[in-house]
Ligand binder design. Sequence first.
Ligand SMILES: N[C@@H](CCC(=O)N[C@@H](CS)C(=O)NCC(=O)O)C(=O)O
Length: 222
Amino acid sequence: MLIVHHLNQSRSQRVLWALEELQMPYQIIRYQREPNMLAPPALKKVHPLGKSPVLEDNGHIIAESGAILEYLQERYDRDNHFRPQEEVEKLQYRFWLHYAEGSLMPLLLMKLVFSSLGKPPVPFGLRSLGKVLGQGVQKAYLDKQIATHAGYIESQLAGRPWFAGENLSMADIQMSFPLFALLSRGGIKTLPNIAAWKKRVETRPAWQRAIEQGGPFDIPGE
Ligand SMILES: N[C@@H](CCC(=O)N[C@@H](CS)C(=O)NCC(=O)O)C(=O)O
């Protein structure tokens, strides 16, 4: 039986969604974020990095959501429903599968960190300085970067419903976490194509089943 080590409000939502799309049976072992939003130490017993998701299957312990999605696709999606076959679409598929964690998530994580410098656990006496510093970095660097990336994603979704063409693929599942985060805390008001993509995601029965299994998903922070 496949086992998903699932942290609430986290990237493991991707794995639950993928398994629901694949209609695979699985078991969930649940972990709750600590008050500082970090994972509990118990996750380090599953994998030394102590992050979620981790998938157990067939004697393998697999970390990294992108690696997990590729594994599931290669092993269980025998008819290639969730990976395109045509050359151009395959290139798009590979791009988004890597881009989500390699390029987009680091910017969103930096935004989260720099927008938190004026709050606890930063010591009280340093919070005013932290706030000014954080706002400065966001204004001078992060917000421009995020705007460039958001514009690029918007343009790519202009002519097609899903990231690798006409059909949902693992690339969409991998992009879900950063795009939900971008919409909720990226600081950009109008992203119509990304918002429409999110609506398409949320109407999928497999997405809804994954939410029922994994619990609410509104990405409050790391
Ligand atoms: N690049 C990794 C990131 C894993 C990761 O940072 N997961 C977060 C949850 S979204 C986590 O476990 N955070 C808790 C912690 O860092 O202690 C992946 O895509 O799986």
